[in-house]
Design a protein around this ligand. Structure first.
Ligand code: ATP
Ligand code: MG
Length: 397
């Protein structure tokens, strides 16, 4: 007898001819994400993936409580829909009955107020002498005999006993929901403009959930933005990387560029001008690093620089597509996702990002092409972009 983690695949199983590639990527990502949890064997049968310890005394598999951390890590691997902790054993039908009773004994010890249950069975081995309904009925019967206080309830029971009969037998109860999506690495790579706010980490998470590996760029204006603001962005990149895998974070020194803008262009256009230069630097970094698109946390109408007019005049400086997964998302929903991925507490730490200090009191909300031309006529934008690209610190997270 041993303990195993059962992970169910989602959308991946709907893929046609490509399904194999998606599954291989998913298993590779699981292996990488779980690399600190000891030597594991990760194998697949139909739409399920089983994760087992190669060493018998791996503490992560001692019991369901010890497995919590590794199971949470599994839920963060895109492509998995849910995760359960199961007991695996060999043997005939009497063994299945005995193990089920043993399993419920432990479950009731941990949850003394459980009163109702049902049994669900899946049979991978179609030659088995009993079909799944018969197995479920027999297991239910022996549980009722052993625990006279329990009752069967088909709708909303306190717990479900799941029995799976395959090459081996498995018993488990309950499941944790995972983050679904597609395995990272099945789409091309994107360059996320990551600031210290709530929105951009969520935007990165959303694109990674569609299979996209990420790199990040952060524009830092030391000393106008503090060392803590930079640490915060590094922390956010680390949180996103729990889902997306390794992230290369490019930190661009933006101070001199911003000071030049402040001196030589109108205050009310500074956010737009800044955004236009950021995007050009980001696009160049993206090309250098084989990224196929840019990603921002913009949401329509949220702030002055996110009106349609402002988005249009910033969009036009780059050729690469800019993905804005939050464009139509309500701020409240973005905050919910931010909490769900564990970024919110970090995002709301009160360190200014580079825009806070350099923002105008009354920014232009409907900039025209003429406004942009005037704002940039005394600036050497090309030189700014080049100088930004010369002063980049890159960290691998
Ligand atoms: P966020 O919550 O992501 O900070 P925001 O609501 O503060 O977004 P803006 O400040 O208008 O909105 O920024 C819009 C987008 O531009 C951000 O989501 C991010 O993708 C990008 N961005 C803004 N400032 C920076 C920065 N200093 N470095 C990198 N990207 C930035
Ligand atoms: Mg911000």
């Amino acid at each position: 007898m041993s303990n195993v983690i059962l992970a169910r695949m989602g959308e991946v199983t709907l893929k046609g001819l490509n399904r194999g590639n998606f599954e291989t990527q998913l298993k590779h990502n699981l292996k990488w994400r779980l690399r600190s949890f000891g030597k594991l064997s990760i194998y697949q049968s139909q739409s399920r993936i089983w994760i087992e310890a190669k060493d018998e005394d791996n503490p992560n598999f001692a019991d369901a409580a010890s497995a919590r951390e590794i199971m949470n890590a599994v839920t963060q691997v895109f492509g998995i829909v849910s995760v359960s902790f199961a007991v695996k054993f060999e043997g005939d039908f009497d063994c299945i009955l005995a193990e089920s009773v043993k399993y419920v004994t432990q479950l009731l010890a941990d949850n003394p107020d459980y009163k109702t249950f049902k049994v669900e069975c899946r049979r991978g081995n179609k030659n088995y002498p009993l079909d799944s309904q018969e197995i479920a009925a027999e297991v239910g019967g022996v549980i009722l005999d052993s625990f006279p206080d329990l009752q069967v309830r088909m709708k909303d029971p306190d717990f479900i006993v799941n029995v799976e009969v395959r090459d081996f037998n498995y018993v488990y109860s309950g499941k944790i929901m995972a983050h679904r999506g597609l395995p990272v690495g099945t789409a091309g790579k994107g360059m996320l403009l990551l600031s210290g706010g709530i929105d951009s980490p969520v935007a990165g998470y959303m694109m990674a959930s569609r299979g996209m590996p990420l790199e990040c760029v952060y524009f830092h204006s030391h000393p106008y933005t503090s060392e803590q603001a930079k640490e915060k962005v590094i922390d956010l990149a680390r949180i996103v990387s729990g889902f997306s895998g390794t992230i290369k974070l490019h930190i661009v020194n933006f101070t001199q560029i911003q000071l030049d803008m402040l001196k030589n262009s109108p205050q009310d256009m500074i956010t737009i001008t800044m955004r236009r230069v950021m995007l050009q630097i980001a696009e160049r970094l993206a090309k250098q690093n084989n990224c196929k698109c840019l990603i921002t946390g913009e949401s329509l109408g949220q702030v002055a620089s996110q009106t349609l007019e402002a988005i249009n005049v910033t969009n036009e400086v780059v050729k690469m597509p800019i993905l804005r997964p939050l464009i139509g998302i309500d701020k409240q929903d973005t905050c919910d996702i931010s909490r769900k991925i564990g970024a919110f507490e970090t995002s709301i730490l009160p360190y200014e990002d580079c825009c806070t200090i350099f923002v105008a009191k009354h920014p232009k909300t409907h900039p025209t092409e003429e406004d942009v031309r005037k704002a940039e006529e005394n600036l050497d934008i090309g030189a700014m972009v080049e100088s930004g690209l010369k002063d980049v610190e890159t960290i691998v997270i």
